[in-house]
Write a protein that binds this ligand. Structure first.
Ligand SMILES: C[S@@+](CC[C@H](N)C(=O)[O-])C[C@H]1O[C@@H](n2cnc3c(N)ncnc32)[C@H](O)[C@@H]1O
Length: 257
């Protein structure tokens, strides 16, 4: 079972989709820049379809394909994006011919790949020569991710909490390195951001209890007292609200040779 096995599309949307939906706007802008309107584009690790929807808005469903290893997410994307070719697959083994797309994009996925260089290499293989490959990962290592405060406070009580800072691509320059090792040319790094407004503290906190991703799974390992202690410390940090959170993601862009 993958890193999002057992997570419903709705839980994902409430926990991470609230950040990745607005992030998809600037990310698609970067990933589609200069890509001809007639070219098909691929969303790798589509989840329940946050970036897929943005690609459909910009290019039309007939020009968009998407994959994710989680069947529940694939079903949700197929439902949200009728006409898109959505398949169950991992980045490391993409079920498409060489040169099939004008652009391949992976939003918040490389750090969950079993083999990031192979996954990005596959994205390059299915992209036509001169086409664009783009990926982003939250700035977990630099403290600019949407979960950075959560992990900072969790570490205060539990030095062994693993966090997400060590994941591939979460530190400055790492995605560029992965792209270059995967054989992409003219690789550059940029940053994309999203800002999300929260009504109050509970609006921010409640989705952490849904078991989504490493942070949700970590909360699930705590007993009631541990959860309350963590929640209380986070409430002290953030206040009652309303407030907004701005999160940034390292982004690499490369050209298929
Ligand atoms: C944080 S979610 C991002 C989903 C979506 N792209 C978004 O921006 O909301 C990470 C996604 O990567 C998928 N994933 C995990 N391992 C993968 C792999 N090896 N290849 C492709 N996708 C993978 C997960 O199933 C999950 O849907």
């Amino acid at each position: 079972m993958g890193s999002f096995g057992g997570v419903s599309a709705d839980a994902y949307a409430r926990f991470m989709g609230r950040f990745s939906t607005p992030l998809a706007v600037p990310f698609a802008e970067v990933g589609l820049a200069g890509v001809p309107a007639s070219a098909s584009v691929l969303d790798v690790g589509c989840g329940p379809g946050m970036l897929t929807l943005e690609l459909v808005r910009r290019r039309g469903a007939a020009h968009v394909a998407a994959v994710d290893p989680e069947p529940v997410f694939v079903a949700a994307t197929a439902q949200a994006c009728p006409g898109v070719d959505v398949r169950v697959a991992a980045a490391e083994e993409l079920p498409f011919a060489d040169d099939a797309f004008g652009a391949s994009l992976a939003q918040l996925v490389v750090h969950f790949m079993t083999d990031p260089v192979r996954g990005v290499g596959e994205m390059a293989r299915v992209t036509s020569p001169g086409g664009r490959v783009t990926a982003c990962v939250w700035d977990h290592a630099g403290g600019g991710g949407p979960l950075s405060l959560f992990w900072q406070v969790a570490h205060r009580f539990d030095g062994d909490a693993r966090g997400e800072a060590g994941l591939s691509g979460a530190a400055e320059g790492q995605l560029v390195d992965i792209f270059e090792r995967a054989g992409l040319a003219d690789v550059t790094q940029t940053v994309v951001e999203s800002t999300v407004a929260f009504r109050d503290f509970d609006d921010w906190w409640a989705p952490f209890l849904l078991g989504v991703g490493p942070a949700g799974r970590y909360v699930g390992t705590l007993d009631a007292a541990g959860r309350q202690r963590l929640e209380g410390a986070l409430r002290d940090e953030l206040g009652a609200g309303p407030f907004s959170v701005t999160a940034r993601a390292w982004t690499a862009v490369g050209t298929r040779t």
